[in-house]
Design a protein around this ligand. Sequence first.
Ligand code: ZN
Length: 279
Amino acid sequence: MRNLADHLNMCSVNTATLGFQAPIAEVIEAVARHGFGGIAPWRREIEGQDVSGIAKKIRDAGLKVTGFCRSTYIPGATRDAFLASIDDNKRAISTAAKLGSDVFVLVVGSLKDIAAARRMVVEGLGLLLDHAASEGVKLALEPLHPVYAADRSCITTTAQALDICDQLEPSGMKQLGVLLDVYHIWWDPDVQRQIKRAGQGSRILGFHVNDWLLETKDPLNDRGMMGDGVIDLQGLRRAVEQAGYRGFVEVEIFSQADWWKRSMNETLETVRARMVSVT
Ligand code: ZN
C-alpha cells in the first residue's frame, strides 16, 4: 500500500469538504498551498463561469482535476423530464472535459417506483456513453449507502453498479466505471470481493475518503474526518490498491455543523495530517 506521507501529490480535495465558503479561485490556491496534488470541483462553482479560465488556474497551480461533481438525477417522473436530465448531463460532461477532468461523477437519483428508476438509469447511462467517449470523459457511477435509496440513488451497492457496467459494456471497460466512497461501501459484507472484481475489470475511477461517525446526526451532512469514525480506512484503501488502483485518494466530507464552520486552512491542515496518520 502506498505511504501517503510520500504521496500527498496523489491526494485530492473534493471542494465540498471546504463548505463552499470561498470562490473557486481561492479554493484552488488553498488546496495547492497545502501540498495536495488534486482537486475535484462541483458544478455550482463552475457553471456559468469562465470554465477555461478556471481550468487554467487549476493547471497553473499544479493541480489535477480528479473528478467533476455531479450528475443531474437521471430518472424522471415523465419521459420529457428523463430526456431533459440526459441533455443536462451531456452539457455537464462537456463542462467536465473543458475543465480538464477525465471523470464525471454520477449520483443517479431515484424514484418512489425504484424498479422504474433503475430501468431509467440503465437506459440513461446508455444514452450518455457515446457523448462521454467523444468528450474523452469517463463516467464514474457512485453507489450510495442504502439510506439514500428513496431519493439520491437507486444504486446502493458496488455489485449493483458493476453489474450495470458489465451490462452496458459487456466486452470490457471503455467509458463506464465506479467511484468507491468509503462512506457508502464500508458496511457491505461483500465489499472486498466487489473491490477485487472492480479492479479486475479496470473499473475503479475514483476513491473517496471520510468517516462514518458512530453517532451521526445526519446521514447526508454529518460526515466525519478520517479517523473520527468507524470505517476501516486502511483496510479499504489496501483492497483498492491491491485491486490495481493507482489513482488519487480524494477527501470528501459534508459536515454542516462542524468542518464547514471551520476555516479552510484548519480543515486542509487536518485533512493532510489524517491522510498520513489514519487513511
Ligand atoms: Zn463520494
